[in-house]
Design a protein around this ligand. Sequence first.
Ligand SMILES: C[S@@+](CC[C@H](N)C(=O)[O-])C[C@H]1O[C@@H](n2cnc3c(N)ncnc32)[C@H](O)[C@@H]1O
Length: 306
Amino acid sequence: MNIQSSAFLPQILDSIKEKNPMHYKKLKKNSAWEDEMIVQRAEDFLHKYIQLLEKQGLNIEYAVDSYLHLCHDMMYEQIQFVETGKYRYTSFEEVNSRVYGNPDTMEYYMHGLLLSQYLWEHHYKILECFYKNINKFSAGVKNILEVGGGHGLYANEVFNAFNFDFDYTMVDISETSIEMAKNFLKDRDIKFIVEDVYKYETTEKFDLIIMGEVLEHVEDPLTLMKKLYSLGSDNVTAFITVPCNAPAIDHIYLFRNPGELIALYNEAGWEVVLDVAASSESKKSTAVDDPMIPIMHAAFLKKKKA
Ligand SMILES: C[S@@+](CC[C@H](N)C(=O)[O-])C[C@H]1O[C@@H](n2cnc3c(N)ncnc32)[C@H](O)[C@@H]1O
């Protein structure tokens, strides 16, 4: 299969081409679409996603408009980031009320972000790192915690990957995110909790903790990584993704490169056992040093041995 003969990606791309030809040109450079397996996975995902949209009276156009809205926001933030070298916002309270607690913003943001996981090569590389490696860390996993699950894509991957019983808890501060994940994962047995992760309390110790793109949303990432450490069992694996140099409407903590992240993980008691970095502007899979270029980093972590 290639991009032409598959069903949903071409529809989405055609719609983007019509609404924003410049952006379409950029997307067409995505070499991941030469890989049949990637296109097939994207199609399988989009099939489920578009069915879900239709049940809610929405359609592909809604998803594309959400995605382009997100791109527009990011471009706006990128311009001021290049000018100032800083993210526009630094306070959790501000982004909590403007974004997480604002259903209109959160809806288009989560739908847009969901499409970006397949449309942007550097986002896709991170997702690929997850599904290609997650089974290496599945031994003994009985319970899973996901922090900031957002749209629910990672939970969907876990349920597809693991063919044994496990409990799944998703904690997210945004009611809109939790509603979206509930809809997307309707057929799955998941405990959904609307809560700020800093305030989340439980005596449970988790064997797998997943946290995609949350660390850059908090004022004190070290405390959060220590909190995850305390929530983990002795043999816990954590899968953490973080964008560096990536301004957005709710990013408040600026990580400059994956090295900063790895140092933070170590300080919180974790060691990296597998990681990948992917830049939005370069074909290189390793980090570039340009402080203005977004780099996604994903890492599987274990607790450091005493
Ligand atoms: C950028 S989205 C990430 C979605 C998904 N995990 C991914 O990797 O694409 C960030 C999510 O984290 C949630 N979030 C942000 N701060 C949080 C906090 N302090 N506690 C719990 N969830 C939080 C947001 O509501 C949002 O759903």
